[in-house]
Design a binder for this molecule. Structure first.
Ligand code: NAD
Length: 452
């Protein structure tokens, strides 16, 4: 029997041991999920499915503090983030609880009869979750999948399984039938790969690194399995000289250092128009050094540690070869701490400019005009997010349209909302999650012709 010791990244102390499922246990869970699909969940009256999802949301709501406390310990998230994340699962469930009663088909004019379409659920959906946002990313997969009438098997990341395990228990407490949502902690190479190869898993929702995503996409090809991929990013925050530089500099740290930079949407590049470059850096410095990097059990902490010793080594490797212009602080001690760090560069080939660091490191580069800013922002294999700061609304829209990314914000550091579609261009992913159409990705459109 294999197990994994979960570590608190702020202290390096062991939290608990979690059993890692085998291939045989995964097969049994997938078969049970399939039986729950054909034996009930698929055929439940839409209103009943909606009621159960709303009940699940209210049980999550009653456990926000408990879930947040687990995430603070397991992932080193700040209290503010962890509460938001648990609340996001609740909100997503409430949002998609409206979907079962609105899975509309169409009536299409054809000669010789009528043609109607139905939105049919797929079956068992396999959701594979990374360690950086264990709760929201799980919810973005399971809430619309369940609403559309699928059952779900969910594999959390090895490093951060605890909130997912608790959410699985809360689903049962809320009255969801057994095996409708099954959380299976385990290794990617065992449980995750089995989701890909098991013929009863009809869709994979994968969020994680681009390298593993490519492998999953290739694996899914074997059974022409549906797949949504949410992968890495190297996004730009573009600051024009006409922007409110105070506001742009004050918000920039939160656009990249949130969750200690372990955020696929992190704006880890800042492009600043040359005439405002010095002013911007002089205002960015106090915003960075003023960040409260503290043990996440301190309610006022704004940034916690990295997730693991391995991640710490990777991030330090990038910093060792870069010019750090200034950095914030850390509380020190045994946790996996890196201060929020600002690097300046004018080399678009530098590793720190091109690769996803996934830590609290941002690279700043000057540009001369709008065309150059767009070209530099698009000079990457990724395309997940980005921001534009300008007082010129026309330019804000023009640049947002020109940047090849799925999620852009103008004069704001975030574009992720459960009401709106989320996903990447290029190697940042395939397909969209969230937003009003998310359940479409968990159904097949079936067309039925009836002769008259
Ligand atoms: P990862 O790719 O190493 O792992 C992600 C998940 O896949 C884990 O659960 C892991 O166990 C599993 N896995 C690993 N190998 C597998 C395999 N062969 N088959 C099936 N499953 C396998 O990623 P990570 O290090 O956990 O997360 C960080 C990455 O995730 C970053 O690149 C980040 O940008 C990306 N990410 C993207 C989004 C997004 O929405 N686009 C959101 C969060 C994180």
């Amino acid at each position: 029997m294999s197990s994994y010791t979960v570590i608190n990244p702020a202290t390096t102390e062991a939290v608990t041991d979690v059993h890692l499922a085998s291939v045989e246990e995964t097969d049994a869970a997938v078969e049970a999920a399939h039986a729950a699909f054909v034996g009930g969940w698929r055929d439940l009256a839409p209103g009943e499915r909606a009621t159960l999802l709303r009940r699940f949301a209210s049980v999550v709501d009653a456990h926000v503090e408990e879930l947040a406390e687990i995430e603070v310990r397991n992932a080193g998230h700040t209290w503010g983030n962890a509460r938001w994340e648990a609340g996001n699962v609740r909100d997503c469930l409430n949002y998609y609880s409206a979907a079962p009663e609105r899975l509309f088909g169409r009536q299409i004019p054809v000669p010789g009869g009528v043609d109607v379409t139905f939105r049919e659920p797929l079956g068992v959906v396999g959701v594979i979750v990374p360690w950086n946002f264990p709760m929201p990313i799980a919810g973005w997969g399971f809430a619309p999948a369940l609403a559309a009438g699928n059952t779900v098997v969910l594999k959390p990341a090895e490093l951060t399984p605890l909130t997912a395990i608790r959410l699985g228990e809360l689903a049962l407490e809320a009255g969801l039938p057994e095996h409708v949502l099954t959380v299976i902690p385990g290794k990617g190479s065992v449980v995750g790969e089995r989701f890909v190869t098991h013929p009863l898993v009809r869709k994979i929702v994968f969020t994680g690194s681009t390298a593993v995503g490519k492998r999953i996409m290739a694996g899914c090809a074997d059974q022409v399995k549906r797949v949504t991929l949410e992968l890495g990013g190297k996004s730009s925050n573009i600051v024009f000289a006409d922007a409110d530089i105070d506001a742009a500099a004050a918000s920039a740290p939160y656009a990249v250092f949130d969750n200690a930079g372990q955020d696929c949407c992190a704006r880890s590049r800042i492009l600043v128009q040359r005439s405002a470059y010095d002013e911007f850096l002089s205002k960015l410095e106090p915003a960075v050094t003023g960040m409260r990097v503290l043990d996440p059990t301190d309610e006022s902490s704004e940034m916690g540690p990295l997730i693991s010793a391995q991640q710490l080594g990777t991030v330090r490797g990038y910093l060792d070869e870069a010019d750090v212009a200034f950095e914030g602080s850390t509380p020190g001690g045994p946790g996996f701490w890196v201060p929020p760090s600002v690097v300046t560069t004018e080399d678009p080939q530098a590793r720190i400019w091109r690769e996803e660091v996934f830590g609290p490191v941002v690279a700043v580069m000057p540009f001369d005009d709008e065309a150059e800013a767009v070209a530099l922002a698009n000079d990457t294999e990724y395309g997940l997010s980005g921001s534009i700061f300008t007082r010129d609304l026309g330019r804000g829209l023009r640049v947002a349209r020109a940047v090849e990314s799925g999620n852009l914000s103008v004069n704001s550091h975030s574009a992720v909302r459960y009401w709106t579609p989320f996903g990447g261009y290029k190697q940042s992913g395939l397909g969209r999650e969230l937003g009003p159409d998310a359940t479409s990705a968990f159904t097949e459109e079936k067309n039925v012709f009836i002769a008259h």
